[in-house]
Design a protein around this ligand. Sequence first.
Ligand code: SAM
Length: 276
Amino acid sequence: MGQMKDDRTRRKLPYSDIDLSRWKEYDHILTDSLWILNSRKKTGGHCLDYHGNFVPQIAEQVMLRYTKKDDIVVDWFLGSGTSAIEAVNLNRRLIGIELKAELVDYVRRKLPSQVVGSRIRLLQGDSTSETARRDVEQALREMGSEFAQLAILHPPYADIIKFSDSSADLSNCTDTDVFLRKFACAARNAFDTLQKGRFAVLVIGDKYADGELDPLGFKCMQAMQDVGFRLKSIVVKNIQGNEIAKGKSNNLWRYRALANGFYVFKHEYVMIFFKG
Ligand SMILES: C[S@@+](CC[C@H](N)C(=O)[O-])C[C@H]1O[C@@H](n2cnc3c(N)ncnc32)[C@H](O)[C@@H]1O
């Protein structure tokens, strides 16, 4: 009886487990567009073991906001598996695609063996390809769903960090236009495999090249919109928690900034899209 009454008073969204009738109890869920995260979360199996991994709080926030328990998240650039660890912690399912085979093996070893291959599927592949899209569709079918309930895209920020020697690696694109054409293919794969009424999250930063700022974030945002996504929010997040190298290189960047008239990047974007 108590449970029935509880169900009647709950105000649930179609895409999350947040109970709006108790909205004042969700202090831990961010709703402002500026995220100043003081440190990287190190509990729950997370560590800074990969140059270029995002802080776990990004995966945590977007999964809590945009998925329900047991929903399927597809991470198109899995990297060291931050989103996979968070999916396990939050009782979500996940399909992750990563180009580097050794990284896929590494993530497999990090995760609890009972979830690998069932609740968490790890695929080696090129996220921009037709093959990756078919592999994701196949994995979704095997998990009993036609579509994913959340897409995460955290591509290389063009050539800022080189991830491998593979020509399929987005960090090896010769210029921004080539990068964007390839990124658009991954965005299209994400759009086509996502359930209508659900969300996609793009984590991206800008870059400097030849004395100019290249607004990679906004160019990728446009690529997401061009494949059909609607923009919901642009969150600006500090990048303090991502940095491995500090000290000397910070001073060098400060000198370069003063000498060349620019500002040192201290932010990246978490952009939220919706498939209407
Ligand atoms: C910014 S990192 C993602 C980090 C991840 N969010 C994490 O927390 O570990 C980008 C990843 O994309 C991978 N990558 C690059 N090109 C790719 C492609 N065409 N298909 C799939 N993965 C790719 C790189 O190897 C790298 O691990």
